[in-house]
Design a protein around this ligand. Structure first.
Ligand code: C2R
Length: 177
């Protein structure tokens, strides 16, 4: 990059998004958040920690995240999903909640326990298992500061719109390919 001033990145090298999740069993859904952030050129990290089972690990991570300049936090959890809310109570960074649908109530429990926060402690809650939107919302917040992320979002939206330029038969052929 040093040889090419045009390619100088406006995005810092450090991790910008911390993704906390309540159990290793959540990881198949939660890695999709990281995948989308990576697709947009955003560095993130996943921490498996539970507000119920390992609160000390949650708080230790939040201390480190603050020190290391993480700017957006995403809390993912199923069933009695208190993780994102507890995180929001311990930081002034923006917190996004991703309710997971892996429990016996298929996510209505996690949705309500993530979204129904008391006034003053907001958690921006996305849909049940809405891993892509959790990442997209984090990216939109970061795009206010980093033009490169804004451009990546613009490009992702352009690619998404391309699907609508196909005829129905072309789209069908693509679906069955
Ligand atoms: P196990 O599969 O490990 O028994 O966990 C996890 O996110 C998981 O979806 C079952 C579910 O419990 C959730 N969990 C929470 C929290 N910690 C774990 N909701 C929390 O702190 O909110």
């Amino acid at each position: 990059m040093e040889n090419n001033p045009i390619a100088v990145s406006s995005t810092p090298d450090n991790t910008l998004v911390g993704i906390l999740t309540g159990s290793p069993n959540d990881l198949p859904t939660v890695v999709k958040v990281r995948d989308t952030l990576t697709e947009l050129g955003i560095k993130s990290e996943i921490i498996v920690a539970s507000a119920h089972r390992t609160p000390d690990k949650v708080f230790a991570y939040l201390d480190r995240a603050h020190r290391e300049g993480v700017q957006v936090l995403i809390g993912c959890a199923g069933v009695a999903a208190h993780l994102a809310g507890v995180v929001a109570g311990h930081t002034r960074l923006p917190v996004i909640g991703l309710p997971l649908g892996n429990g016996p109530l298929t996510g209505m429990d996690s949705l309500l326990s993530t979204v129904q926060m008391p006034p003053g402690v907001p958690v921006a809650t996305v849909a049940i298992d809405g891993s892509r939107n959790a990442a997209m919302l984090a990216a939109r917040i970061l795009a206010l500061k980093y033009p490169e992320i804004d451009r990546a979002l613009e490009e992702a939206a352009r690619r998404d719109r391309e699907r609508y330029d196909l005829t129905a038969d072309e789209a069908l052929a693509k679906l069955s390919a």
